[in-house]
Design a protein around this ligand. Structure first.
Ligand code: SAM
Length: 473
């Protein structure tokens, strides 16, 4: 593998000479796209430029061309943005993890807000309400979950880390990745050393030779508990015992699981608990949560607390206490449990399609002695799930990136909730869904649009939107 650490912009990286490769273009960038690339226009053609920032002049090499636009990579910064900072990670520009590490943290927040404002261009009332982005308390060492992949260099060196940008086989080492804690970095180092000692190599994604596939590290930031899962495509004798011993003092729960799904994405098809309770316990907003190896839990614990605090505030805005509240896409129930514990008079229903998360949500309710909540497994994007009431006062939705289906929007609107809280991780689908709601039910007006940065140095952004039903007089 020929990956060399990224050279800062003061040391331009010329593209390798090739008879097929077009010469670099000089581009002037305008704004940031959701995806982390800077957008430039030349001869009425649009370029999405990696490693550039808005307001820069760069020399860029095109690596993918479509009919009306192309993807390019900045190889030399001719005029730098005042927001440009030296990247603190040696793999910047190579790693698929951070797209904005060359941008000052305060400017990242401004640029993310610009993306949200632009996404809402067809909804002027919502656009006018966009608040400043709430910064994450920490811009490094903020992730409570990492899944690292194994790979090997051409000369056989074992690697454990993150995928090289755009590649599913090339792995960059993660023992110095700044998004994770020092303990997580130590777990990576020890796992690589152990695999080398035991002469166990990486699973090869193309040749399908047996080996190690992924390592998951989950950490409870408030209780200090850690859960690790080593995933291999075969049962290597002695590996489980040796890995468990290596993780003494570093992880409370250890899984060494087998993945029989070698043609698909990594999956623990035969999950084997080697040591510990099998889950970790984290606290959030004063409540206790069980987090297992395969349950969703927000990756930035401290910032998730800020987001859920805002959800709870909006839920009782102007003193209204909902009698019936739905938490759709509830996961392990952090929003539902918070709403239920804040107001014993509120009956809360959580809906989630992943059964293990619903099971964890029920356990979380019991463990926190919260009785005014129930959880059920259902696909929100289909029809109204059976067992839900026909009316709700408050509906909270927190969908994954594709947002809401039209069917979901229809059945939610038929419930005529007084308030809808939309927690979004994708400004484009948020804007699309708000426009659909506005077209189907114009009596819903936005009261607040509050963005939160849960993933510093990446392009991701979470947004909380409050819609209220204001009947026409
Ligand atoms: C962004 S997470 C939010 C989870 C939770 N609100 C939290 O903050 O921890 C989205 C959740 O929606 C679930 N999900 C995805 N598609 C779904 C669907 N069609 N119906 C119900 N739940 C779904 C996922 O399993 C995941 O737990």
């Amino acid at each position: 593998m020929s990956d060399q650490p990224f050279q800062p912009s003061s040391a331009p990286v010329p593209p390798p000479p090739s008879c097929q490769e077009p010469p670099p273009l000089e581009l002037v960038t305008e704004k940031l796209a959701f995806g982390g690339q800077a957008i430039a226009r030349l001869d009425r053609f649009v370029y999405f430029v990696d490693d550039a920032l808005p307001g820069e002049t760069v020399r860029a090499v095109v690596y993918k061309r479509k009919k009306n636009f192309a993807f390019a990579r900045a190889v030399e910064i001719l005029k730098a943005s005042p927001d440009r900072v030296p990247p603190t990670c040696p793999w910047m520009g190579r790693c698929g993890g951070c797209a904005l590490r060359h941008c000052a943290p305060a400017a990242q927040l401004r640029l993310k807000r610009d993306i949200l404002v632009e996404a809402l261009h067809a909804l002027p009332a919502a656009q006018a309400l966009v608040a400043p982005v709430v910064p994450s308390p920490h811009t490094d060492d903020y992730r409570n979950k990492m899944v690292y992949s194994f790979g090997e260099t051409l000369d056989g060196e074992l690697r454990l880390g993150l995928h090289r940008r755009g590649s599913y086989i090339h792995i960059l080492p993660a023992d110095d990745c700044l998004l994770q804690s020092a303990a997580s970095r130590e777990i990576v180092r020890r796992t690589v050393a152990l695999a080398n000692r035991l002469h166990i190599g990486a699973f090869h994604e193309i040749k399908k030779t047996a080996g190690l596939r992924t390592l998951m590290v989950r950490e409870a930031r408030h209780t200090g508990q850690r859960l690790v899962e080593l995933l291999a495509t075969a049962d290597f004798p002695g590996l489980a015992e040796a890995f468990s011993a290596e993780m003494q003092g570093l992880a409370d729960t250890v899984y060494v699981s087998i993945d029989h799904n070698i043609r698909g994405t990594p999956t623990a098809s035969d999950r084997r608990l080697i040591r510990g309770p099998g889950y970790l316990v984290e606290t959030l907003g004063g409540l206790r949560f069980r987090v297992g190896p395969d349950t969703f839990f927000q990756s930035n614990t401290e910032q998730a607390e800020a987001l859920f605090r805002a959800v709870a505030e909006e839920a009782v805005r102007d003193g209204s206490i909902p009698a019936v509240a739905l938490d759709l896409f509830t996961g392990t129930g952090p929003i539902a449990l918070r709403l239920a514990s804040a107001s014993p008079a509120t009956r809360v229903y959580g809906v989630e399609s992943w059964a293990p998360s619903v099971e964890a949500a029920r356990l979380n309710a019991a463990e926190n002695h919260i009785a005014n909540v129930s959880f059920q497994v259902a696909d929100v994007n289909r029809a109204l799930p059976p067992g839900l009431p026909s009316h709700a006062d408050l509906v909270v939705v927190d969908p994954p990136r594709p947002g809401l289906s039209n069917a979901a929007i229809d059945w939610i609107l038929r419930m005529t909730p007084a308030d809808i809280l939309y927690v979004s991780c994708n400004p484009s689908t948020l804007a699309r869904d708000l426009a659909t709601i506005a077209a189907k039910a114009p009596a819903y007006v936005p009261l607040a649009v509050r963005p939160f940065d849960l993933f510093p140095h990446t392009y991701h952004l979470e947004t909380l939107v409050h819609l209220r039903l204001v009947p026409f007089s």
